[in-house]
Design a protein around this ligand. Structure first.
Ligand code: MG
Length: 384
């Protein structure tokens, strides 16, 4: 049976060394609060049962904004030290009694699903397992005056990261013992477990999984995000005979259909042009000419899949898709979530990266007269 795994996301630090006025875990990185990236990582991992955030008292509103519409556990308040904050997270998990717990610093926003996979595997095989990478700099041990005392053999040194994986019952017991012994100075959970006399195993970390601490770290991370671009698309199809319209890959029953060479899905067509716009790669008509009989009646999801594939071929990543549908009828509201999920599925995106909005044109113009449906789309894409 798969182990029950909980993830504690630490966001209780007060550090403002990153330069902003708000704690660094709430600073925007690539347009989203840094802590949200870690929350999304664990929520999106099928092996994790619960994500337990630990925040600083007073940051409730910041956290609520950062975690909006994410299915995380209610945050618990951290303590004065990192160790106390982890302990608070562990105590909040007592009712769940997970087999494994992963402890992750929200200051490491670049952890990947693969790293979480390795953490769960290593944590299942060993009571304590931590991600580690070889050090490339020579490390010196110095005295208080800065004089070199020794030069440890670099081959035996590792820089350790998070998420660190532990058998839950072992870690909470080690924390209880440390608290009882008056120790509150452990800077990571592995050090506390070592103090408790348990062995700690390493597994391969990820050199990209860096910790962002200073303003320079943030500037470097932002620069590494690549070339953010937006593209726009627009499409119109006229009403004709029929009993349904295709919008965003969903068939919606209606007294009329939309006419066009393919299935006349204005939403998907506008999205395709928005994506091609980012790539400066022509438009939907240049890739799928209406004069070509093979596209007659074609399902438009293949056009969107094609555009998404063009992004992948360029090494890009779609960050966000946004559509506005303009029509008097049919009503879009009841179908909005189905359309979002369908677009997200075709484009291989999380649904929270797809927005679908609808408006009438107040009876004005061709949409107002009920002659057709229009759609506007915007794509935000990161290219290398
Ligand atoms: Mg069209």
């Amino acid at each position: 049976m798969a182990p029950r795994v909980a993830a504690i996301v630490l966001a209780a630090g007060r550090g403002v060394r990153s330069g902003g006025r708000i704690p660094k875990q709430y600073r925007l990185l690539d347009g989203e609060p840094m802590v949200r990236r870690s929350l999304r990582l664990f929520l999106g991992h099928g092996g994790i049962s619960v994500v337990q955030p630990v925040i600083a008292a007073g940051d409730e509103a910041l956290f609520e904004t950062a975690a909006a519409d994410l299915a995380v556990a209610a945050p618990v308040m951290g303590g004065a030290t990192r160790q106390a904050s982890v302990f608070a997270g562990l105590q909040a998990l007592v009712p769940l009694a997970p087999d494994l717990v992963l402890v992750h610093d929200s200051a490491r926003p670049f952890a990947t699903t693969e790293l979480v996979d390795r953490a769960i595997a290593a944590g299942s095989a060993h009571a304590a397992a931590i991600p580690a990478v070889a050090v490339t700099d020579t490390i010196k041990s110095v005295d208080a005056g800065g004089r070199v005392v020794t030069t440890p053999d670099r081959a035996t040194l590792r820089a350790v990261q998070t998420p660190q994986a532990f058998r839950y019952s072992m870690l909470i017991e080690a924390h209880r013992r440390a608290a009882a012994a008056g120790r509150d100075d452990f800077t990571d959970d592995a050090a506390l477990v070592e103090w408790a006399g348990k062995s700690v195993m390493t597994f391969p970390g990820d050199p990209q999984n860096v910790k962002l601490t200073t303003a320079e770290d943030f500037a470097r991370a932002q620069a590494a995000q690549g070339d953010m671009r937006t593209g726009m698309g627009f499409d119109v199809h006229a009403f004709g005979d029929g009993d349904h319209v295709m919008l965003g890959g969903i068939a919606i029953a209606h007294s009329r259909g939309l006419t066009g060479h393919s299935d006349a899905d204005v939403v998907l067509h506008a999205l395709v042009d928005a994506i091609l716009g980012v790539l400066a790669d022509g438009d939907i008509g240049s890739h799928f000419p209406p004069s070509d009989p093979q596209w007659r009646g074609a399902s438009s999801d293949r056009f969107l899949a094609f555009a998404v594939q063009r992004v992948a071929a360029r090494g890009g990543r779609i960050t966000h898709l946004d559509v506005t549908i303009v029509c008097e009828a049919p009503k879009i509201g009841p179908h909005r979530d189905a359309i979002r999920r369908r677009i997200a599925a075709i484009a291989d995106l999380a649904p929270d990266r797809v927005a679908v909005k609808a408006t009438t044109s107040e009876g004005l113009g061709f949409t107002g007269r009920g002659e057709g449906i229009a759609a506007f789309a915007q794509a935000t894409i990161r290219l290398p």
